[in-house]
Structures are given as C-alpha cells and as structure tokens.
Write a protein that binds this ligand. Sequence first.
Ligand code: AMP
Ligand code: MG
Length: 337
Amino acid sequence: MSTPPTARIYRPTPRNLALLANVLARGGLVAAPTETVYGLAADARNATACRAIFRAKGRPANDPLIVHVNTLAQAGEVAQLNDAARKIAQAFWPGPLTLVLPKQRGVPSIVTSGLPSVAVRMPAHPLFRELIARSGCPLAAPSANPFGYVSPTTAAHVLDGLGRRIAHILDGGPAEIGVESTILDLRNPRHPAILRPGAVSREALERVLGYKVSSYARQAPAQTAAPAPGMLERHYSPRTPLSLFAKLTPAAIRKLPADQAALLISRPPEALRGPNIFWLAERAADLTGAAHHLFERLRALDAGGWTRIHAECAPGQSALALAINDRLQRAAAKRDV
Ligand code: AMP
Ligand code: MG
C-alpha cells in the first residue's frame, strides 16, 4: 500500500496567496499554475531553495531552471538584456516565451547548471505573477513533476507526482495552453535560435526581430550534442510505450488490438470510435484544444493499463503543431530508442 500524499492544495484566496508568497520568501517550495503548465517554484536567488527543486523532482543538476519574473526590470536583474531581447519581451511578454541570455552575477550556478547563460520568462498567469510580486523573488520554476514524466497541467497532476515530496500546491484550475513555453536562445542576438517549440511561433519571432530565427527544436540527430538540456529524449514521457505515426489511418485504427489505445488529434467518425480510441480535440483545426488536452490525455492513457499507445502527429507546421509533435516524439523516444 502506498502512503497518501502529504501536500496541501490551496485555493487561490488572498490569504492563501499571502501565505504561499511567504513560504517562497523564506526559501520554501510552492507548486503553482502558469499558462503553460504547473511549475515548482523557489526563490531563484536562493541556492539552497533551488537545490530543493532538483531534489523534489529527481532532476539531474545538468538540466537548468527557467527563472520567472514579474517586470522587465526584474528580468534585467537576472539576465543581461540585449536590444533583441527588449524588442522580443515588449512584443511577447507576459506570455509563453522563454529567453536564454547571458546571466547576471547574482544568479546562483545551481539555477543555470553552471552555464554563463540563464533562461528567463515573464509568465501571463495572474496567480503566478502575484506570487512573484508578493514574495519579491524572481522564481526559478521547472515543471512540477518528477523528472522525465509528463508535465502537469492541473493541481491534481502535481499531487499525483510530487504529493509526497512537497508541501504546497496552489490550485489555479487547468493550465490554459497545456504545453511548455517556446525557448528562444538570444545569447547571440544576431543568430537567434528556437531550442524548444511552444505556442509562440518562429514566424512571429522573425516578424518582430526583422531577421531569420533558426530552429534546433526538431529532433536533434543522435550524434549531435543537444543544444538545450530540455531536448533530452527522456522528457515528457508516459510509462506506457508509445508509437508515433504521421497519421493513423482508418485501416490502422480498425486493426488495433483491444489492449492497445489510439490517440488521435481529433474526433473520428462514429464508425471508427471504440473503447480504445481517444482524441485530443473535437475538430482537426483546433490545435489549441489539442495542446490543452495533450498531457492530461497522456496521463489518463498511462493510467489505463494499455500495453501500447499509438499516437498520430498534429497536422501542419503551426507553432502548436510543432510543439505537440515535439512532445509526442519525446514520449515515443523513451522506449523505442
Ligand atoms: P523545464 O524542462 O520545463 O524545466 O524547462 C527548463 C528548460 O529550459 C531546460 O530543460 C532547458 O532546455 C532550458 N534552459 C534553461 N536554462 C537554460 C540555459 N541557461 N541555457 C539553455 N537552455 C536553458
Ligand atoms: Mg519539465
């Protein structure tokens, strides 16, 4: 028998927000919602507090944390902002975009895994922003899940994964976007590069910068070193083996054994439905809905006792299609590579 979770889930009342901000200001950990996924937050200036994040997640020390800020001035205390970063921040912050920049001296090396660069983001979620404002701390926060597992998009997901390892979870309802932020490397502002695809598209970044943004975000070939530690194949993986296909055809769906599940992007016609057929959105064009439901669905399938999940890619090349397919590829990579 497993022991019950010991973490407490807090409703977002003013009193609870004050209490949780106080926990953060004193070097404690708080899991809290952002618009992308739930994060496990600690004071980014406090090395001991940040070390506790790595411990709680079982995260290796070579996987650096994203620092969340409330104002551009606070971003400037964490990272050395260049003109390109200011322009991009002006256009996309607050929002699901993380910038990698040269770090300021005050950022402890545990946060950046010893790198001279730091990842910084101004999230849009009002509750997370309020925790930063009330605590007065820039907040280092990776996803609030055990390292390598599917990211959490609800307080219940956090409780599931970390409920015995942390004490405080702020419930802000389901995370709106459902996949992690786009990470843009601006260390060299002349050669910006996307390290992880998210809701902010390469085209939108190029429009604001006025020049080309490259992307390392597609599967890096195995023989090249991954430029972002977050590109580790192990990330975002369910325990159930997952096979990824460009598209699951009606023939493939009909042939599926009863102990294996299909995960489609959108609802199939009536004739193709069955107890082992699942989907992410009502309509194929609704990738916002598909991204929003992706991690929740992967978790539910993982708990369903299926021997294998057969998933299909999101259609097209939009930011969310690339983000969904990136997470599905990582989920598939765990067992098959
Ligand atoms: P998460 O996995 O959601 O915790 O997001 C953190 C990710 O941000 C890491 O896994 C890296 O991919 C990326 N990141 C954080 N700090 C840096 C950095 N200094 N340089 C490059 N990438 C970084
Ligand atoms: Mg993560």
